[in-house]
Write a protein that binds this ligand. Structure first.
Ligand SMILES: Nc1nc2c(ncn2[C@@H]2O[C@H](COP(=O)(O)OP(=O)(O)OP(=O)(O)O)[C@@H](O)[C@H]2O)c(=O)[nH]1
Ligand SMILES: [Mg+2]
Length: 123
């Protein structure tokens, strides 16, 4: 919504698709496609969708955001393996993330992209 107000182009990344079938992923995210958003099915673990994500980010300044534990830092580490960002398992008790990334940072990536990440509070 903030992105729309600022007239920014939005890309919805459905990460961790290695945990579900493509049909299940489309069941969860297909609505956004119908609403006109671009949805990228990706996995920081298997590398699915990463080259497409690079193509989206190249020569742009982008912002990556989402709830704790969805794999933002993991995606960045896969985009640029030497980044070495800290990644932590989601809590078994709450099944939510642990707010591992606490600072906002702008990462210049080797393939020609600027990518700030912004930790957000759980909804
Ligand atoms: N199976 C699977 N697990 C993933 C994937 N991407 C990330 N994870 C796991 O999800 C957990 C959280 O990943 P992070 O990268 O720390 O998540 P984050 O969005 O940066 O979380 P915060 O820094 O707390 O906001 C870790 O255990 C990762 O290994 C993926 O594509 N597939
Ligand atoms: Mg993180």
């Amino acid at each position: 919504m903030i992105a729309e107000k600022q007239r920014l182009h939005t890309l919805i990344i459905a990460n961790k698709v290695d945990l579900v079938t493509q049909e299940q992923a489309e069941g969860m995210f297909g609505l956004y496609t119908k609403l006109g958003y671009s949805v990228l099915y990706a996995s920081a673990k298997t590398g699915q969708g990463i080259s497409e994500l690079r193509a989206h980010l190249k020569d742009k300044i982008s912002a990556l955001t989402g709830p704790s534990g969805v794999g933002k830092s993991s995606l960045l580490n896969t985009l640029q393996p030497k980044l070495g960002l800290h990644v932590r398992e989601v809590s078994e008790a709450t099944t939510k993330g642990r707010h591992t990334t606490q600072v906002r940072e702008l990462f210049p990536l080797d393939f020609g992209a600027m990518l700030p990440t912004r930790p957000v509070s759980a909804p």
